[in-house]
Design a binder for this molecule. Structure first.
Ligand code: GLA
Length: 375
């Protein structure tokens, strides 16, 4: 692309991926989540190009780019372009101040690994355009418009967690977000002498997007059944074990299991916050194992590869807990590992995983980090 020659950015933005410590699939059920941004990120180099409506976006990581006209933002056949186009479309509903720009994106966030490279892409673009064109969007508006872009242009009916974590995180903290009110609190997290180690299964079963929307529908079916007895219930957030049990016989086993997972997962978020406050790291680990069990058996968004790695970690006394993090069907498992045992654990897991699936996993430490920012 021609603009790459002599490109001198006027603004560089870093937009991070995220992990979610606990609270999976609770966001679109109006519940609690506990994510944080990590140091892996996408960087955006921006420059206004002086035109009214011509824009160029190039991915250095994938050596591919595209041109677009701000007056004709249509859905593309190329998936990653839709994250960009969707955000531009949402911004255009709020302001007409965007003009032609050139942008280079570069990522060290593995895609399809459950670390939300999609939210990083959406939010980094929104944040950068807000800066260079002085759009006056608040952080929460950028979070919300990025989420909507994913609904309309990508087709995943995602909750708000990923975009919120990407923009609002603070180093050394996880965010306790109430997805119903959008009230949030930064909760300090210090797991010393343990570290958060991600094992990337390197699989991302392509069920993810269609099954995601199916899970959402199953939860809605559950709510509709519960509402017959409890008309005040608006979402699974308003449901406890007793209320759910009262409607069990009216639900299919699948719908019951989905709802049961969400009700318990919401409680686990609050239990996790308590465990962190009391520095009860054993409990932190146990909550993760319980959550994975539900992810695998009740919500059924795990896969043999993630289950294998979580089970493998249980044989190691230096690992306090583990679970698959993110939307599901692969991606990364999150492991709480004693700092003295990280090397041995990673080599043993790598070997066992290679023997079983003939895949070389990728392992890395993550630290709770700050949200989208100018660099
Ligand atoms: C994906 C979605 C989020 C959330 C998680 C599961 O990452 O984008 O909104 O639902 O899955 O917790």
């Amino acid at each position: 692309m021609q603009f790459l020659e002599n490109f001198k950015p006027e603004l560089v933005i870093s937009s991070p991926g995220r992990i979610n410590l606990i609270g999976e699939h609770t966001d679109y059920n109006m519940g609690y989540v506990l994510p944080t941004a990590i140091e892996k990120n996408i960087t955006f180099s921006f420059k206004k190009n002086g035109s009214e409506n011509q824009c160029h976006v190039y991915s250095k990581t994938y050596d591919t780019g595209f041109e677009l006209n701000l007056d004709k933002i249509a859905v593309s056949k190329v998936e990653w372009e839709n994250y960009i186009l969707g955000v531009l479309n949402e911004i255009s509903k709020r302001t007409d101040k965007v003009r032609g720009f050139d942008c280079i994106v570069e990522s060290n966030l593995p895609t399809g690994s459950g670390l939300s490279s999609s939210a990083a892409l959406e939010c980094g673009l929104a944040f950068g355009l807000n800066e260079i064109f002085d759009l006056g969007l608040s952080k929460i508006e950028m979070v919300q418009l990025s989420q909507t872009a994913e609904h309309t242009y990508v087709g995943t009916q995602c909750g708000i967690m990923d975009q919120f974590a990407s923009v609002m995180s603070e180093a050394g903290n996880v965010i306790l977000l109430d997805c119903r009110s959008l009230e949030y609190k930064h909760i300090p997290i210090d797991l010393h002498p343990y570290k958060i180690i991600l094992l990337n299964t390197k699989v991302s079963h392509n069920l993810a997007s269609s099954e995601y929307n199916t899970r959402k529908e199953e939860c809605e079916q559950g709510v509709a059944i519960i509402q017959k007895k409890y008309p005040n219930v608006k979402s699974l957030r308003d449901v406890n074990g007793e209320i759910l049990l009262a409607s069990k016989k009216d639900m299919s086993p699948i719908v019951y299991n989905r709802c049961s997972f969400i009700v318990k997962e919401n409680d686990r978020v609050l239990e996790m916050v308590e465990a962190l406050k009391q520095n009860n790291l054993e409990e932190v680990g146990q909550i993760l194992y319980k959550a994975h069990d539900g992810i695998s058996k009740e919500y059924e968004v795990s896969c043999p590869e993630s289950d294998f790695l979580v089970d493998f970690s249980k044989d190691n006394a230096q690992v306090l807990g583990a679970r698959q993090t993110g939307g599901g069907f692969g991606g990364c498992t999150l492991n709480i590992v004693h700092e003295s045992a990280v090397g041995d654990f990673v080599s043993a897991a790598t070997k066992a995983y290679k023997d079983k699936f003939d895949i070389t996993l990728e392992a890395f430490e993550v630290r709770p980090s700050g949200g989208t920012s100018i660099i």
